[in-house]
Design a protein around this ligand. Structure first.
Ligand code: ADP
Ligand code: MG
Length: 237
């Protein structure tokens, strides 16, 4: 309806902004990186100084990664398009979130029962899942840990992704801000994670449902319409 149209207009502005922010941040990172590389080659640099330079280079790399992680949806990446049942992305993201979960005393439980396939951008779905898992885990830190349920199943012609945490939950007021760019209740939050999730679901013509209870926890339910190979081949022509 009307809300949907208004939202996608907002989204266009947001992704344009994201694209330019991404660009503006990458430039100084590249310049700094170059000067540090030069310094590292200097004859007068001590071993200790070389260590500091290398640490700075690693930190720069991390900053660059954050930029690409959060803002990669700003550019079209058709080369990452796959036709799959999400198994690979779910297994991969489960694996890379484990150290973060362990660190926060979070028990991750994964169930996968899906045979349906959809067309999606592998990087975007990966990023989307990680953003949701991270938020779930971060919502449980105040409580000293908890359980993160990840359940992938199928229903009619849809892939259903359920991500459930036992964290601090949200009020309806908080839920209403969820997808707004830069909305964050965290000290070092970017407020871009959920926008990225929204954008990804929008691209696969899917849907996001949120159920949350303050103090109890939150459930995200993603619906991704499956497609058949025949449709894929038709679209390709
Ligand atoms: P960030 O994580 O950087 O704060 P996000 O866009 O990922 O930004 O999330 C925006 C805000 O939505 C969070 O700061 C938090 O207040 C709220 N939020 C998102 N996911 C959850 C969750 N699972 N439980 C509670 N609050 C959440
Ligand atoms: Mg986040």
């Amino acid at each position: 309806g009307r809300d949907r149209i208004l939202y996608s207009e907002k989204l266009n502005v947001a992704s344009e902004l994201a694209a330019s922010v991404s660009h503006e941040i990458r430039n100084p990172l590249t310049v700094t990186n170059g000067f540090l590389q030069l310094l590292a080659k200097s004859q007068t640099v001590t071993e200790q100084e070389k260590r500091y330079i290398n640490l700075s280079l690693l930190e720069l790399k991390r900053a660059e990664k954050i930029v690409s992680d959060y803002l990669s949806f700003a550019k079209p990446q058709s080369e990452n398009m796959v036709y799959s049942n999400m198994r690979e992305e779910v297994d991969y993201t489960h694996e890379i979130i484990m150290p973060y979960a362990l660190l926060h005393n979070v028990d991750v439980r994964l169930t996968f029962n899906n045979t349906l396939k959809a067309h999606y951008d592998r990087n975007q779905i990966t990023q989307c899942l990680i953003n949701l898992y991270k938020n779930g885990i971060e919502a449980m830190t105040e409580k000293g840990g908890g359980t993160l349920l990840i359940d992938i199943s199928e229903k009619k012609q849809n892939i259903m992704v359920r991500i459930e945490d036992t964290g601090i939950g949200m009020t309806n007021e908080e839920i209403s801000h969820l997808y707004k760019p830069r909305y964050s209740t965290k000290e070092e939050g970017t407020g871009l994670g959920m926008l990225m999730v929204y954008s990804t679901l929008n691209k696969v013509k899917g849907n996001i449902e949120v159920h949350s209870e303050k103090g109890k926890g939150t459930t995200f339910l993603l619906t991704i319409p499956a497609s058949t190979v025949e449709t894929f081949e038709m679209n390709k022509k």
